[in-house]
Design a protein around this ligand. Sequence first.
Ligand SMILES: [Zn+2]
Length: 76
Amino acid sequence: MGRILFWMLLGALIFMLIQNRKKLLKPRQKRQQIRQAEAKKMVPCPVCGVHFVEAEGVWVKNRMVCSEECAKKASQ
Ligand SMILES: [Zn+2]
C-alpha cells in the first residue's frame, strides 16, 4: 500500500509541476513568437537585390547576402 501511495504522490507532484510550467511558458511562448517573426524578417540582398529571410542569410564583410553564390560575388 505504501508504494501505491508513493506513486500517487509522485504523479500528483509531476502533474502540479506540469501545470506550473504551462503558466510559466505562456509569456515565454509569446516572446518566442515575436522572435520567430523577427527571424522571418525579409531583407534585400545587396548583391542581387532578391529579398530573403534574414535568418537564412550569409554574412560577408559585415553585409548579409542571400546565398553562398552572392557571398562569393560580394567577397570578390
Ligand atoms: Zn543575392
